[in-house]
Design a protein around this ligand. Structure first.
Ligand SMILES: CC(C)(COP(=O)(O)OP(=O)(O)OC[C@H]1O[C@@H](n2cnc3c(N)ncnc32)[C@H](O)[C@@H]1OP(=O)(O)O)[C@@H](O)C(=O)NCCC(=O)NCCS
Length: 187
């Protein structure tokens, strides 16, 4: 599903075509929070939660920024990090640390403003994350907004659950589904 960047968005906003995934900085978190509040109004997380994840696992936290990071417009972000398998963090919770026993990669939040969607940016981002995730046997996420078919493109399928996980999922909404992929999947 290789998509040409800017297709469908060039006329509306040419800067979108130049956006790139860049290392997320704690200086981006105010802009990040405004995107998060717009896209996830019912799944609120505090500034501290985002800052902590960036500090704990900078490699897995990316910003979609215009002009190769020189611009100041944030179009999207992703937060990801290792966890212990099937133990995703509760919504809006501090981790304190990346567990030394972490054995699974976890994509916590991927959000792109509507003006930058459909340009292949999510696909590009997920490819970057899955390259990091290769260090672990599996990658997981909590799918919301009926996005399971989107994640299915990358080999994510419904994962084995338990009561603790099911309780945690309810914080993420009625439609939340725990998904996993094996990292030796060819996609
Ligand atoms: C999901 C999201 C990250 C996709 O971003 P994007 O930039 O549009 O994705 P891409 O351009 O890389 O890929 C677009 C393709 O994915 C498909 N797609 C996008 N969102 C989808 C969804 N929720 N369900 C199914 N397919 C979806 C598009 O139809 C398009 O398909 P095509 O290539 O066949 O035309 C973006 O729509 C978003 O931020 N949504 C709100 C937050 C969200 O849903 N996050 C994930 C929840 S866990």
């Amino acid at each position: 599903m290789e998509a040409a960047k800017g297709v469908g968005n060039e006329v509306r906003n040419p800067a979108v075509a130049k956006a790139v995934w860049y290392k997320l900085s704690v200086n981006d978190t105010e802009s990040l929070l405004s995107i998060a509040n717009k896209i996830h109004p019912d799944l609120p997380e505090s500034l501290e939660v985002f800052i902590e994840r960036i500090n704990l696992y900078p490699e897995g936290c990316l910003a979609l920024i215009d002009e190769q990071g020189k611009g100041n417009k944030l179009y999207g972000y992703v937060i990801s990090h290792p966890i212990i398998r099937r133990q995703p963090p509760a919504l809006n919770s501090l981790l304190k640390e990346i567990s030394p026993d972490a054995d699974q990669y976890y994509i916590h939040d991927l959000a792109i403003l509507s003006e930058a969607r459909g340009c292949g940016f999510a696909q590009e981002c997920i490819s970057k994350l899955l390259a990091i995730a290769e260090r672990f046997e599996t990658t997981s996420l909590i799918s919301v907004y009926d996005s399971t078919s989107f994640w299915g493109r990358f080999g994510f399928v419904s994962g084995e659950s338990d009561n603790g996980l099911e309780r945690k999922l309810r914080d993420y909404g009625e439609d939340a589904v725990y998904l996993e992929r094996r990292n030796d999947n060819q996609i």
